[in-house]
Design a protein around this ligand. Sequence first.
Ligand code: ADP
Ligand code: MG
Length: 602
Amino acid sequence: MDKVIGIDLGTTNSCLAIFEGGVAQVIPNPEGSRTTPSMVAFTPDGQRLVGSIAKRQAVANPTSTVFATKRMIGRKLKSSEVQRMQMTAPYKIAAADNGDACVVVHGRRYTPQEIGAFVLRQLRESAQEYLDQSVKDAVITVPAYFDDAQRQATRDAGRLAGLNVLRIINEPTAAALAYGIGADAAGTIAVYDLGGGTFDISILEYSQGVFQVKATHGDTFLGGEDIDVRLMDVLIEGFLAETGIDLHSDPVALQRLKDAAERAKVELSTVEETEISLPFLTADASGPRHLRRRLTRDELESICQDLIEATLAHCQDAMQAAGLQPQQITDVLLVGGMTKMPMVQREVARLFQRQPNRSVNPDEAVAVGAAIQGGILAGDVGQVLLLDVVPLSLGLETSGGLMTKLIPRNATVPCSLTEIFTTSEDYQPLVNLHILQGERPLAADNTSLARFELVGIPPALRGVPKIEVTFNIDANGILSVTARDLGTRREQQVRVRATSGLTESAIERMLAEAEQYQDSDRINVELADMRRRIQGLIYTTERSLAESANYLTETELSQIRADLENARRSIDSADLYRIQQVLKELEKSAFRITEVMYKDFA
Ligand code: ADP
Ligand code: MG
Protein backbone atom coordinates (compact mmCIF):
# COMPACT_ATOMS: atom_id res chain seq x y z
CA MET A 1 0.00 0.00 0.00
CA ASP A 2 1.06 3.60 -0.64
CA LYS A 3 2.41 5.85 2.08
CA VAL A 4 -0.22 7.54 4.21
CA ILE A 5 0.61 11.03 5.48
CA GLY A 6 -0.67 12.38 8.80
CA ILE A 7 -1.77 16.02 8.88
CA ASP A 8 -2.62 18.26 11.82
CA LEU A 9 -4.61 20.99 10.05
CA GLY A 10 -4.42 23.57 12.84
CA THR A 11 -6.15 26.90 13.29
CA THR A 12 -2.80 28.64 13.52
CA ASN A 13 -0.21 26.11 12.40
CA SER A 14 -0.33 22.87 10.48
CA CYS A 15 2.07 19.99 10.79
CA LEU A 16 2.89 17.03 8.56
CA ALA A 17 4.28 13.65 9.58
CA ILE A 18 4.76 10.19 8.17
CA PHE A 19 5.32 6.72 9.57
CA GLU A 20 8.52 5.39 8.12
CA GLY A 21 11.07 2.83 9.17
CA GLY A 22 9.12 1.97 12.30
CA VAL A 23 8.76 5.52 13.63
CA ALA A 24 6.58 8.53 12.94
CA GLN A 25 8.53 11.57 11.94
CA VAL A 26 7.73 15.15 11.13
CA ILE A 27 8.42 16.28 7.56
CA PRO A 28 9.77 19.84 7.47
CA ASN A 29 8.47 22.30 4.88
CA PRO A 30 10.76 23.58 2.07
CA GLU A 31 11.92 26.40 4.37
CA GLY A 32 13.01 23.86 6.96
CA SER A 33 10.27 24.58 9.53
CA ARG A 34 8.53 21.69 11.20
CA THR A 35 5.19 23.53 11.31
CA THR A 36 3.59 25.69 8.63
CA PRO A 37 1.33 28.67 9.42
CA SER A 38 -2.23 27.96 8.23
CA MET A 39 -2.25 31.21 6.30
CA VAL A 40 -3.03 32.06 2.71
CA ALA A 41 -2.37 35.45 1.10
CA PHE A 42 -3.38 36.91 -2.23
CA THR A 43 -1.09 39.54 -3.66
CA PRO A 44 -2.31 42.50 -5.75
CA ASP A 45 -0.67 40.95 -8.84
CA GLY A 46 -2.71 37.78 -8.47
CA GLN A 47 -0.21 35.49 -6.75
CA ARG A 48 -1.28 33.08 -4.04
CA LEU A 49 1.08 32.61 -1.09
CA VAL A 50 0.80 29.87 1.52
CA GLY A 51 2.45 29.33 4.90
CA SER A 52 5.32 31.34 6.35
CA ILE A 53 5.71 33.39 3.18
CA ALA A 54 2.09 34.47 3.62
CA LYS A 55 2.66 35.23 7.29
CA ARG A 56 5.75 37.32 6.53
CA GLN A 57 3.91 39.71 4.22
CA ALA A 58 0.77 39.89 6.35
CA VAL A 59 1.73 43.26 7.82
CA ALA A 60 1.94 44.88 4.41
CA ASN A 61 -1.12 43.12 3.03
CA PRO A 62 -3.58 42.79 5.94
CA THR A 63 -6.91 42.68 4.09
CA SER A 64 -5.79 39.95 1.67
CA THR A 65 -4.04 37.67 4.15
CA VAL A 66 -6.37 35.03 5.45
CA PHE A 67 -5.80 33.12 8.69
CA ALA A 68 -7.72 31.17 11.38
CA THR A 69 -10.38 30.06 8.87
CA LYS A 70 -10.65 26.74 10.70
CA ARG A 71 -12.86 28.60 13.16
CA MET A 72 -15.34 29.17 10.32
CA ILE A 73 -15.22 25.81 8.58
CA GLY A 74 -18.65 24.20 8.35
CA ARG A 75 -20.28 27.16 10.09
CA LYS A 76 -22.91 29.70 9.06
CA LEU A 77 -22.10 33.40 8.74
CA LYS A 78 -24.87 34.01 11.27
CA SER A 79 -23.30 31.74 13.89
CA SER A 80 -22.06 33.58 16.94
CA GLU A 81 -18.52 32.25 16.44
CA VAL A 82 -18.25 33.76 12.97
CA GLN A 83 -19.89 36.99 14.11
CA ARG A 84 -17.25 37.26 16.82
CA MET A 85 -14.50 36.62 14.33
CA GLN A 86 -15.83 39.28 12.00
CA MET A 87 -15.21 41.89 14.67
CA THR A 88 -11.45 41.40 14.78
CA ALA A 89 -10.44 39.83 11.45
CA PRO A 90 -8.69 42.32 9.13
CA TYR A 91 -10.02 40.47 6.06
CA LYS A 92 -13.61 40.41 4.83
CA ILE A 93 -15.99 37.63 5.89
CA ALA A 94 -19.26 37.09 4.02
CA ALA A 95 -21.87 34.42 3.32
CA ALA A 96 -21.67 31.75 0.62
CA ASP A 97 -24.85 30.92 -1.29
CA ASN A 98 -25.87 28.36 1.33
CA GLY A 99 -25.30 30.80 4.21
CA ASP A 100 -21.97 29.28 5.25
CA ALA A 101 -19.23 31.69 6.19
CA CYS A 102 -16.59 32.43 3.56
CA VAL A 103 -13.90 35.02 3.03
CA VAL A 104 -13.76 37.63 0.29
CA VAL A 105 -10.45 38.68 -1.23
CA HIS A 106 -10.17 40.89 -4.32
CA GLY A 107 -13.90 40.45 -4.89
CA ARG A 108 -13.70 36.63 -5.04
CA ARG A 109 -15.28 34.41 -2.41
CA TYR A 110 -13.27 31.55 -0.93
CA THR A 111 -14.82 28.94 1.33
CA PRO A 112 -12.86 27.87 4.42
CA GLN A 113 -12.60 24.48 2.68
CA GLU A 114 -10.74 26.09 -0.23
CA ILE A 115 -8.41 27.98 2.11
CA GLY A 116 -7.76 24.73 4.00
CA ALA A 117 -7.12 22.99 0.68
CA PHE A 118 -4.42 25.54 -0.25
CA VAL A 119 -2.59 24.69 2.98
CA LEU A 120 -3.11 20.95 2.53
CA ARG A 121 -1.87 21.08 -1.06
CA GLN A 122 1.32 22.75 0.13
CA LEU A 123 1.84 20.06 2.78
CA ARG A 124 1.15 17.36 0.24
CA GLU A 125 3.82 18.84 -2.04
CA SER A 126 6.32 18.90 0.84
CA ALA A 127 5.62 15.23 1.45
CA GLN A 128 6.06 14.35 -2.22
CA GLU A 129 9.34 16.18 -2.39
CA TYR A 130 10.56 14.54 0.81
CA LEU A 131 9.50 11.02 -0.20
CA ASP A 132 10.25 11.54 -3.87
CA GLN A 133 7.00 9.84 -4.80
CA SER A 134 3.42 10.88 -5.32
CA VAL A 135 1.26 10.99 -2.19
CA LYS A 136 -2.51 10.70 -2.12
CA ASP A 137 -3.66 9.00 1.07
CA ALA A 138 -3.95 11.01 4.27
CA VAL A 139 -5.23 11.01 7.83
CA ILE A 140 -6.37 14.47 8.94
CA THR A 141 -7.17 15.53 12.49
CA VAL A 142 -9.97 17.76 13.78
CA PRO A 143 -10.84 19.13 17.24
CA ALA A 144 -12.89 16.67 19.29
CA TYR A 145 -15.74 19.17 19.39
CA PHE A 146 -16.19 19.37 15.63
CA ASP A 147 -19.71 18.38 14.63
CA ASP A 148 -20.60 16.41 11.55
CA ALA A 149 -20.73 19.47 9.25
CA GLN A 150 -17.26 20.56 10.32
CA ARG A 151 -15.81 17.07 9.89
CA GLN A 152 -17.37 16.76 6.47
CA ALA A 153 -16.04 20.18 5.47
CA THR A 154 -12.54 19.17 6.56
CA ARG A 155 -12.82 16.03 4.49
CA ASP A 156 -13.90 18.20 1.53
CA ALA A 157 -10.84 20.42 2.03
CA GLY A 158 -8.71 17.28 1.70
CA ARG A 159 -10.51 16.26 -1.45
CA LEU A 160 -10.00 19.72 -2.97
CA ALA A 161 -6.28 19.33 -2.30
CA GLY A 162 -6.27 16.08 -4.26
CA LEU A 163 -6.00 13.95 -1.14
CA ASN A 164 -7.79 10.74 -0.43
CA VAL A 165 -8.77 11.24 3.22
CA LEU A 166 -8.75 7.77 4.75
CA ARG A 167 -9.66 8.92 8.25
CA ILE A 168 -10.61 11.97 10.20
CA ILE A 169 -9.47 11.56 13.81
CA ASN A 170 -9.78 13.71 16.90
CA GLU A 171 -6.70 15.77 17.73
CA PRO A 172 -6.38 14.71 21.39
CA THR A 173 -6.79 11.10 20.40
CA ALA A 174 -3.99 11.48 17.87
CA ALA A 175 -1.80 13.08 20.51
CA ALA A 176 -2.48 10.21 22.89
CA LEU A 177 -1.56 7.79 20.16
CA ALA A 178 1.74 9.60 19.67
CA TYR A 179 2.34 9.28 23.37
CA GLY A 180 1.10 5.75 23.89
CA ILE A 181 2.53 3.73 21.08
CA GLY A 182 4.88 1.13 22.45
CA ALA A 183 3.82 1.88 26.01
CA ASP A 184 2.92 -1.37 27.68
CA ALA A 185 1.45 -0.11 30.93
CA ALA A 186 -2.22 0.66 31.41
CA GLY A 187 -3.67 3.88 32.74
CA THR A 188 -5.92 6.89 32.33
CA ILE A 189 -4.63 10.03 30.65
CA ALA A 190 -5.93 13.54 30.29
CA VAL A 191 -4.94 15.32 27.08
CA TYR A 192 -4.97 19.08 27.53
CA ASP A 193 -4.69 20.76 24.11
CA LEU A 194 -4.51 24.54 23.99
CA GLY A 195 -3.64 25.81 20.52
CA GLY A 196 -4.12 29.09 18.72
CA GLY A 197 -7.86 28.78 18.24
CA THR A 198 -9.30 25.80 20.04
CA PHE A 199 -9.18 24.12 23.39
CA ASP A 200 -9.85 20.42 23.91
CA ILE A 201 -9.64 18.24 26.95
CA SER A 202 -9.99 14.51 26.51
CA ILE A 203 -9.81 11.74 29.02
CA LEU A 204 -8.61 8.44 27.63
CA GLU A 205 -8.06 5.01 29.07
CA TYR A 206 -5.33 2.90 27.58
CA SER A 207 -4.00 -0.56 28.00
CA GLN A 208 -1.52 -2.45 25.81
CA GLY A 209 -1.80 0.13 23.06
CA VAL A 210 -5.58 0.20 23.12
CA PHE A 211 -7.06 3.64 23.63
CA GLN A 212 -10.58 4.44 24.64
CA VAL A 213 -11.84 7.98 25.00
CA LYS A 214 -13.92 8.35 28.15
CA ALA A 215 -14.91 11.99 27.73
CA THR A 216 -14.15 15.06 25.66
CA HIS A 217 -14.97 18.67 26.36
CA GLY A 218 -13.70 21.97 25.07
CA ASP A 219 -14.35 25.19 23.27
CA THR A 220 -13.88 25.80 19.55
CA PHE A 221 -13.31 29.48 20.27
CA LEU A 222 -10.70 29.60 22.97
CA GLY A 223 -6.97 29.71 22.35
CA GLY A 224 -3.76 31.66 22.07
CA GLU A 225 -5.27 34.15 19.62
CA ASP A 226 -7.74 35.27 22.25
CA ILE A 227 -4.77 36.09 24.46
CA ASP A 228 -3.12 37.94 21.57
CA VAL A 229 -6.29 39.98 21.08
CA ARG A 230 -6.43 40.83 24.80
CA LEU A 231 -2.85 41.93 24.72
CA MET A 232 -3.49 44.00 21.60
CA ASP A 233 -6.35 45.74 23.36
CA VAL A 234 -4.10 46.63 26.26
CA LEU A 235 -1.54 48.06 23.85
CA ILE A 236 -4.20 50.00 21.90
CA GLU A 237 -5.68 51.47 25.07
CA GLY A 238 -2.27 52.50 26.35
CA PHE A 239 -1.46 54.11 23.03
CA LEU A 240 -4.79 55.95 22.98
CA ALA A 241 -4.21 57.32 26.50
CA GLU A 242 -0.72 58.44 25.57
CA THR A 243 -1.30 59.90 22.11
CA GLY A 244 -5.04 60.29 21.65
CA ILE A 245 -4.79 58.11 18.52
CA ASP A 246 -7.16 55.16 18.13
CA LEU A 247 -5.44 52.40 16.18
CA HIS A 248 -8.60 50.33 15.68
CA SER A 249 -9.20 51.76 12.22
CA ASP A 250 -5.65 51.25 10.95
CA PRO A 251 -5.31 47.73 9.47
CA VAL A 252 -1.55 47.89 9.01
CA ALA A 253 -1.01 49.00 12.61
CA LEU A 254 -3.39 46.27 13.83
CA GLN A 255 -1.45 43.54 12.07
CA ARG A 256 1.83 44.84 13.46
CA LEU A 257 0.29 44.97 16.93
CA LYS A 258 -0.98 41.41 16.58
CA ASP A 259 2.47 40.18 15.59
CA ALA A 260 4.11 42.07 18.44
CA ALA A 261 1.55 40.81 20.96
CA GLU A 262 2.10 37.20 19.94
CA ARG A 263 5.87 37.60 19.96
CA ALA A 264 5.79 39.11 23.45
CA LYS A 265 3.54 36.30 24.68
CA VAL A 266 5.90 33.63 23.31
CA GLU A 267 8.95 35.38 24.75
CA LEU A 268 7.38 35.59 28.19
CA SER A 269 7.27 31.80 28.28
CA THR A 270 11.04 31.83 28.74
CA VAL A 271 11.84 35.29 30.15
CA GLU A 272 10.24 37.29 32.98
CA GLU A 273 10.09 40.58 31.14
CA THR A 274 10.15 41.80 27.55
CA GLU A 275 9.96 45.02 25.59
CA ILE A 276 7.43 45.69 22.87
CA SER A 277 8.77 48.19 20.39
CA LEU A 278 6.90 49.30 17.28
CA PRO A 279 8.62 52.27 15.70
CA PHE A 280 6.69 54.40 13.20
CA LEU A 281 3.45 52.67 14.11
CA THR A 282 1.43 55.66 12.96
CA ALA A 283 1.71 59.39 12.50
CA ASP A 284 -0.20 62.53 13.40
CA ALA A 285 0.28 66.28 12.88
CA SER A 286 3.25 66.21 15.22
CA GLY A 287 5.01 63.57 13.12
CA PRO A 288 5.67 59.81 13.44
CA ARG A 289 4.47 58.01 16.58
CA HIS A 290 6.18 54.99 18.11
CA LEU A 291 4.89 52.38 20.55
CA ARG A 292 7.26 51.28 23.26
CA ARG A 293 6.25 49.35 26.35
CA ARG A 294 7.67 46.89 28.85
CA LEU A 295 5.60 43.87 29.68
CA THR A 296 6.18 41.39 32.50
CA ARG A 297 5.11 37.77 32.77
CA ASP A 298 2.94 38.70 35.76
CA GLU A 299 1.08 41.30 33.69
CA LEU A 300 0.50 38.81 30.89
CA GLU A 301 -0.77 36.26 33.39
CA SER A 302 -3.29 38.66 34.88
CA ILE A 303 -4.46 39.62 31.37
CA CYS A 304 -5.33 36.03 30.48
CA GLN A 305 -6.14 34.55 33.90
CA ASP A 306 -9.85 34.03 33.18
CA LEU A 307 -9.14 32.36 29.82
CA ILE A 308 -6.89 29.78 31.47
CA GLU A 309 -9.47 29.33 34.23
CA ALA A 310 -12.11 28.64 31.57
CA THR A 311 -10.00 25.76 30.29
CA LEU A 312 -9.76 24.36 33.83
CA ALA A 313 -13.55 24.44 34.17
CA HIS A 314 -13.78 22.33 30.99
CA CYS A 315 -11.29 19.91 32.51
CA GLN A 316 -13.48 19.57 35.58
CA ASP A 317 -16.54 18.93 33.42
CA ALA A 318 -14.66 16.25 31.47
CA MET A 319 -13.54 14.52 34.66
CA GLN A 320 -17.09 14.58 35.94
CA ALA A 321 -18.38 13.12 32.65
CA ALA A 322 -15.79 10.34 32.92
CA GLY A 323 -16.67 9.79 36.59
CA LEU A 324 -13.08 10.37 37.67
CA GLN A 325 -11.26 12.26 40.40
CA PRO A 326 -7.95 14.03 39.57
CA GLN A 327 -5.96 11.45 41.55
CA GLN A 328 -7.35 8.66 39.35
CA ILE A 329 -5.63 10.15 36.31
CA THR A 330 -2.23 8.60 35.83
CA ASP A 331 -0.82 11.03 33.30
CA VAL A 332 -1.60 14.48 31.94
CA LEU A 333 -0.42 15.30 28.41
CA LEU A 334 0.17 18.83 27.20
CA VAL A 335 -0.55 19.51 23.53
CA GLY A 336 -0.63 22.76 21.51
CA GLY A 337 1.80 25.69 21.39
CA MET A 338 0.06 27.56 24.22
CA THR A 339 0.97 24.84 26.71
CA LYS A 340 4.55 26.12 26.61
CA MET A 341 3.30 29.01 28.76
CA PRO A 342 4.48 28.43 32.36
CA MET A 343 1.16 29.56 33.82
CA VAL A 344 -0.67 26.88 31.82
CA GLN A 345 1.70 24.18 33.05
CA ARG A 346 1.37 25.42 36.63
CA GLU A 347 -2.43 25.60 36.60
CA VAL A 348 -2.83 22.24 34.90
CA ALA A 349 -0.47 20.68 37.45
CA ARG A 350 -2.47 22.21 40.28
CA LEU A 351 -5.82 20.98 38.96
CA PHE A 352 -4.68 17.44 38.23
CA GLN A 353 -2.41 17.33 41.29
CA ARG A 354 0.59 16.12 39.28
CA GLN A 355 3.24 17.43 36.91
CA PRO A 356 2.06 17.18 33.31
CA ASN A 357 4.00 14.94 30.97
CA ARG A 358 6.01 16.83 28.39
CA SER A 359 7.80 13.99 26.64
CA VAL A 360 5.63 14.67 23.59
CA ASN A 361 6.47 17.81 21.65
CA PRO A 362 3.27 19.90 22.00
CA ASP A 363 3.57 21.33 18.48
CA GLU A 364 4.02 17.99 16.78
CA ALA A 365 2.16 15.37 18.82
CA VAL A 366 -1.07 15.61 16.85
CA ALA A 367 0.58 15.20 13.44
CA VAL A 368 2.73 12.37 14.77
CA GLY A 369 -0.41 10.60 16.04
CA ALA A 370 -2.09 11.10 12.66
CA ALA A 371 0.97 9.55 10.99
CA ILE A 372 0.80 6.56 13.34
CA GLN A 373 -2.87 6.15 12.45
CA GLY A 374 -1.76 6.32 8.79
CA GLY A 375 0.80 3.63 9.52
CA ILE A 376 -1.91 1.46 11.06
CA LEU A 377 -4.10 1.89 7.96
CA ALA A 378 -1.18 1.13 5.65
CA GLY A 379 -0.48 -2.00 7.69
CA ASP A 380 2.91 -0.76 8.93
CA VAL A 381 1.83 -0.68 12.59
CA GLY A 382 -0.03 -3.60 14.06
CA GLN A 383 -2.00 -4.11 17.20
CA VAL A 384 -3.31 -0.62 17.88
CA LEU A 385 -6.99 -0.18 18.15
CA LEU A 386 -8.17 3.39 18.20
CA LEU A 387 -11.47 4.31 19.71
CA ASP A 388 -13.06 7.71 19.63
CA VAL A 389 -16.21 9.28 21.02
CA VAL A 390 -19.23 11.08 19.62
CA PRO A 391 -18.84 14.77 20.47
CA LEU A 392 -22.57 15.68 20.42
CA SER A 393 -25.68 13.55 20.89
CA LEU A 394 -27.49 12.25 17.81
CA GLY A 395 -31.19 11.55 17.54
CA LEU A 396 -34.52 11.97 15.81
CA GLU A 397 -37.33 14.45 15.96
CA THR A 398 -40.36 12.80 17.52
CA SER A 399 -43.95 13.93 17.98
CA GLY A 400 -44.42 17.24 19.73
CA GLY A 401 -41.21 18.62 18.20
CA LEU A 402 -38.96 16.93 20.73
CA MET A 403 -35.58 15.41 20.14
CA THR A 404 -35.20 11.75 21.07
CA LYS A 405 -31.53 10.90 21.52
CA LEU A 406 -30.36 7.60 20.10
CA ILE A 407 -26.63 7.97 20.55
CA PRO A 408 -25.65 9.98 23.61
CA ARG A 409 -22.73 12.36 23.63
CA ASN A 410 -19.42 10.69 24.52
CA ALA A 411 -20.50 7.27 23.22
CA THR A 412 -17.51 5.36 21.85
CA VAL A 413 -17.24 5.00 18.05
CA PRO A 414 -17.62 3.01 15.92
CA CYS A 415 -21.03 2.34 17.36
CA SER A 416 -24.50 1.42 16.34
CA LEU A 417 -27.83 1.76 18.08
CA THR A 418 -31.26 0.53 17.12
CA GLU A 419 -34.62 1.60 18.43
CA ILE A 420 -38.18 0.78 17.39
CA PHE A 421 -40.47 3.65 16.49
CA THR A 422 -44.05 3.66 15.30
CA THR A 423 -46.56 5.86 13.50
CA SER A 424 -48.48 8.68 15.14
CA GLU A 425 -51.50 8.65 12.82
CA ASP A 426 -53.87 5.96 11.60
CA TYR A 427 -53.05 4.62 8.14
CA GLN A 428 -49.94 6.72 7.95
CA PRO A 429 -48.32 5.65 4.65
CA LEU A 430 -44.89 7.08 5.36
CA VAL A 431 -42.71 8.23 8.20
CA ASN A 432 -40.59 11.32 8.09
CA LEU A 433 -37.22 10.98 9.72
CA HIS A 434 -35.52 14.13 10.82
CA ILE A 435 -31.99 13.52 12.07
CA LEU A 436 -30.66 15.92 14.66
CA GLN A 437 -27.43 16.60 16.46
CA GLY A 438 -27.19 18.48 19.74
CA GLU A 439 -28.05 18.55 23.40
CA ARG A 440 -31.21 20.67 23.55
CA PRO A 441 -34.55 19.01 24.34
CA LEU A 442 -36.46 20.78 21.57
CA ALA A 443 -35.74 19.58 18.04
CA ALA A 444 -35.74 23.13 16.65
CA ASP A 445 -32.86 24.14 18.90
CA ASN A 446 -30.54 21.46 17.59
CA THR A 447 -28.64 21.15 14.32
CA SER A 448 -30.60 19.51 11.53
CA LEU A 449 -28.40 16.97 9.77
CA ALA A 450 -30.80 15.38 7.29
CA ARG A 451 -34.39 14.48 6.54
CA PHE A 452 -35.66 11.47 4.68
CA GLU A 453 -38.85 9.46 4.23
CA LEU A 454 -39.64 5.82 4.62
CA VAL A 455 -42.60 5.15 2.33
CA GLY A 456 -44.89 2.20 1.65
CA ILE A 457 -45.94 1.50 5.21
CA PRO A 458 -48.97 -0.79 5.06
CA PRO A 459 -52.16 0.72 6.39
CA ALA A 460 -52.56 0.31 10.10
CA LEU A 461 -53.84 2.06 13.15
CA ARG A 462 -51.38 4.38 14.82
CA GLY A 463 -48.88 2.61 17.01
CA VAL A 464 -49.15 -0.69 15.16
CA PRO A 465 -46.35 -0.49 12.55
CA LYS A 466 -42.90 -1.13 13.87
CA ILE A 467 -40.17 0.95 12.32
CA GLU A 468 -36.69 -0.07 13.26
CA VAL A 469 -34.29 2.88 13.13
CA THR A 470 -30.57 2.25 13.30
CA PHE A 471 -27.94 4.93 13.83
CA ASN A 472 -24.52 3.76 12.83
CA ILE A 473 -21.36 5.79 13.28
CA ASP A 474 -18.25 4.61 11.50
CA ALA A 475 -14.68 5.02 12.65
CA ASN A 476 -14.55 8.53 11.08
CA GLY A 477 -17.46 9.71 13.20
CA ILE A 478 -19.69 9.85 10.12
CA LEU A 479 -23.27 8.86 10.62
CA SER A 480 -25.55 6.68 8.52
CA VAL A 481 -29.17 6.16 9.45
CA THR A 482 -31.30 3.24 8.33
CA ALA A 483 -35.05 2.94 8.81
CA ARG A 484 -36.69 -0.40 8.23
CA ASP A 485 -40.34 -1.29 8.38
CA LEU A 486 -40.42 -4.63 10.17
CA GLY A 487 -43.74 -5.50 8.51
CA THR A 488 -42.69 -5.07 4.89
CA ARG A 489 -38.91 -5.27 5.40
CA ARG A 490 -38.78 -2.14 3.28
CA GLU A 491 -35.66 -0.17 4.06
CA GLN A 492 -34.36 3.32 3.49
CA GLN A 493 -30.92 4.63 4.32
CA VAL A 494 -29.09 7.95 4.36
CA ARG A 495 -25.48 8.62 4.88
CA VAL A 496 -25.49 11.98 6.53
CA ARG A 497 -23.90 14.61 4.43
CA ALA A 498 -23.95 17.58 6.66
CA THR A 499 -23.85 20.27 4.00
CA SER A 500 -26.54 22.23 5.73
CA GLY A 501 -27.43 23.93 2.43
CA LEU A 502 -29.16 20.76 1.30
CA THR A 503 -31.25 20.56 4.41
CA GLU A 504 -32.29 24.15 4.05
CA SER A 505 -33.45 23.72 0.48
CA ALA A 506 -35.50 20.73 1.60
CA ILE A 507 -37.14 22.86 4.24
CA GLU A 508 -37.78 25.63 1.72
CA ARG A 509 -39.45 23.17 -0.63
CA MET A 510 -41.70 21.92 2.15
CA LEU A 511 -42.66 25.44 3.15
CA ALA A 512 -43.43 26.33 -0.46
CA GLU A 513 -45.62 23.26 -0.72
CA ALA A 514 -47.52 24.18 2.40
CA GLU A 515 -48.25 27.62 1.04
CA GLN A 516 -49.42 26.21 -2.26
CA TYR A 517 -52.01 24.02 -0.54
CA GLN A 518 -53.32 26.96 1.45
CA ASP A 519 -54.23 28.81 -1.74
CA SER A 520 -56.01 25.95 -3.47
CA ASP A 521 -59.68 25.20 -3.38
CA ARG A 522 -60.42 23.26 -0.21
CA ILE A 523 -62.56 20.55 -1.84
CA ASN A 524 -60.02 19.95 -4.53
CA VAL A 525 -57.32 19.65 -1.95
CA GLU A 526 -59.36 17.16 -0.01
CA LEU A 527 -60.24 15.14 -3.11
CA ALA A 528 -56.65 15.07 -4.21
CA ASP A 529 -55.66 13.99 -0.74
CA MET A 530 -58.26 11.17 -0.71
CA ARG A 531 -57.15 9.98 -4.12
CA ARG A 532 -53.56 10.02 -3.02
CA ARG A 533 -54.43 8.02 0.06
CA ILE A 534 -56.50 5.53 -1.93
CA GLN A 535 -53.75 5.17 -4.47
CA GLY A 536 -51.21 4.63 -1.74
CA LEU A 537 -53.52 2.22 -0.01
CA ILE A 538 -54.15 0.21 -3.20
CA TYR A 539 -50.43 0.05 -3.73
CA THR A 540 -49.49 -1.02 -0.24
CA THR A 541 -52.45 -3.38 0.11
CA GLU A 542 -51.52 -5.17 -3.09
CA ARG A 543 -47.97 -5.55 -1.92
CA SER A 544 -48.85 -6.78 1.53
CA LEU A 545 -51.55 -9.05 0.10
CA ALA A 546 -48.94 -10.79 -2.04
CA GLU A 547 -46.67 -11.22 0.97
CA SER A 548 -49.34 -12.43 3.39
CA ALA A 549 -51.68 -14.37 1.14
CA ASN A 550 -50.73 -17.64 2.84
CA TYR A 551 -51.91 -16.44 6.22
CA LEU A 552 -55.37 -15.29 5.11
CA THR A 553 -58.55 -17.33 4.64
CA GLU A 554 -60.26 -17.63 1.24
CA THR A 555 -63.16 -15.41 2.37
CA GLU A 556 -60.79 -12.74 3.61
CA LEU A 557 -58.85 -12.88 0.36
CA SER A 558 -61.88 -12.44 -1.87
CA GLN A 559 -63.24 -9.61 0.27
CA ILE A 560 -59.94 -7.75 0.05
CA ARG A 561 -59.74 -8.28 -3.71
CA ALA A 562 -63.28 -6.95 -4.15
CA ASP A 563 -62.45 -3.85 -2.09
CA LEU A 564 -59.36 -3.27 -4.18
CA GLU A 565 -61.35 -3.55 -7.40
CA ASN A 566 -63.98 -1.13 -6.10
CA ALA A 567 -61.33 1.35 -5.09
CA ARG A 568 -59.70 1.25 -8.52
CA ARG A 569 -63.04 1.93 -10.20
CA SER A 570 -63.98 4.83 -7.94
CA ILE A 571 -60.71 6.65 -7.73
CA ASP A 572 -61.51 9.24 -10.39
CA SER A 573 -64.94 10.06 -8.99
CA ALA A 574 -65.53 13.66 -8.02
CA ASP A 575 -67.99 12.61 -5.31
CA LEU A 576 -66.24 13.26 -2.04
CA TYR A 577 -68.70 11.17 -0.01
CA ARG A 578 -68.32 8.13 -2.28
CA ILE A 579 -64.58 8.35 -2.19
CA GLN A 580 -64.60 8.57 1.59
CA GLN A 581 -66.71 5.37 1.78
CA VAL A 582 -64.39 3.53 -0.59
CA LEU A 583 -61.40 4.59 1.44
CA LYS A 584 -62.99 3.37 4.67
CA GLU A 585 -63.79 -0.06 3.22
CA LEU A 586 -60.32 -0.46 1.82
CA GLU A 587 -58.73 0.60 5.11
CA LYS A 588 -60.74 -2.04 6.95
CA SER A 589 -59.58 -4.86 4.77
CA ALA A 590 -56.03 -3.57 4.65
CA PHE A 591 -56.00 -3.47 8.39
CA ARG A 592 -56.74 -7.22 8.50
CA ILE A 593 -53.58 -7.94 6.53
CA THR A 594 -51.50 -5.69 8.70
CA GLU A 595 -52.63 -7.43 11.86
CA VAL A 596 -51.49 -10.73 10.40
CA MET A 597 -48.15 -9.22 9.38
CA TYR A 598 -47.22 -7.70 12.69
CA LYS A 599 -48.48 -10.46 14.97
CA ASP A 600 -44.98 -12.01 15.15
CA PHE A 601 -43.56 -8.78 16.54
CA ALA A 602 -46.26 -8.12 19.12
P1 ADP B 1 -3.26 25.30 16.53
O1 ADP B 1 -3.39 23.89 16.98
O2 ADP B 1 -4.43 26.14 16.87
O3 ADP B 1 -2.83 25.47 15.12
P2 ADP B 1 -0.67 25.49 17.87
O4 ADP B 1 -0.69 24.26 18.67
O5 ADP B 1 0.30 25.60 16.77
O6 ADP B 1 -2.09 25.95 17.40
O7 ADP B 1 -0.45 26.70 18.87
C1 ADP B 1 -0.37 27.98 18.41
C2 ADP B 1 -0.47 28.92 19.58
O8 ADP B 1 0.57 28.64 20.49
C3 ADP B 1 -0.32 30.35 19.12
O9 ADP B 1 -1.25 31.16 19.80
C4 ADP B 1 1.10 30.67 19.55
O10 ADP B 1 1.24 32.04 19.82
C5 ADP B 1 1.23 29.86 20.80
N1 ADP B 1 2.61 29.55 21.16
C6 ADP B 1 3.54 28.94 20.40
N2 ADP B 1 4.69 28.83 21.07
C7 ADP B 1 4.48 29.42 22.28
C8 ADP B 1 5.28 29.64 23.44
N3 ADP B 1 6.56 29.27 23.46
N4 ADP B 1 4.71 30.26 24.51
C9 ADP B 1 3.42 30.64 24.47
N5 ADP B 1 2.62 30.46 23.42
C10 ADP B 1 3.14 29.85 22.34
MG1 MG C 1 -3.55 22.07 17.35
